[in-house]
Design a protein around this ligand. Structure first.
Ligand SMILES: *[C@@H]1O[C@H](CO)[C@@H](O)[C@H](O)[C@H]1NC(C)=O
Ligand SMILES: *[C@@H]1O[C@H](CO)[C@@H](O)[C@H](O)[C@H]1NC(C)=O
Length: 152
């Protein structure tokens, strides 16, 4: 009995429990897949570089969501599946300074602030597919706002 408990504790220490991910996330190697309406409280392990966020409620996104915790500056690829929130607010991606790929998908969004992409200095690739209601003019103004200097 005791050796079994000790063994599973050891296994937990070296495998599952070694990554300090939030319970709303599943973390495998360098990738975290999280399911939560508000990502601002998420804690990721030091080794995480890729994040997928499901069920995010866009009305919770602010300029502090990704900037309050420095862990987000280490993330290289981020895929967001959002609902709610008719607009993408000012500077909501602040703090994601290491990001090279961003996917953002929200069928409810129809407008975005001109400086929504502020701080994405290293972004090379943007996937804005499935944003079926988004006004093209609003998107283009954000795209050409000089906030995406490295976009391919
Ligand atoms: C976020 O916006 C608020 C209100 O405009 C501002 O006071 C704050 O400095 C901003 N924070 C960041 C990290 O840009
Ligand atoms: C998103 O959050 C707002 C504010 O809490 C809430 O009114 C709305 O119903 C939520 N939307 C979805 C799709 O969960």
């Amino acid at each position: 009995m005791y050796p079994t408990v000790a063994l599973s504790l050891t296994v937990c220490m070296f495998i599952a429990c070694s990554s300090a991910c939030s319970t709303s996330c599943v973390c495998i190697k360098d990738k975290a897949t999280c399911r939560t309406p508000d990502p601002s409280g998420i804690v990721l392990g030091d080794n995480i570089r890729k994040v997928v966020l499901h069920d995010l409620n866009a009305s919770f996104l602010t300029n502090n969501t990704f900037s309050a915790n420095p862990q987000w500056s280490q993330i290289e690829t981020l895929e967001i599946w959002a609902n709610g929130g008719e607009s993408l607010g000012s500077r909501v991606f602040t703090g994601l300074s290491g990001l090279t790929y961003l996917g953002y998908h929200n069928e409810h969004m129809f407008y975005m602030e001109y400086d929504a992409f502020y701080g994405l200095d290293h972004l090379k690739e943007l996937d804005f597919s499935t944003n079926i209601r988004l006004q093209t003019s609003s998107f283009l103004i954000s795209m050409y706002s000089k906030n995406l200097p490295r976009l391919n």
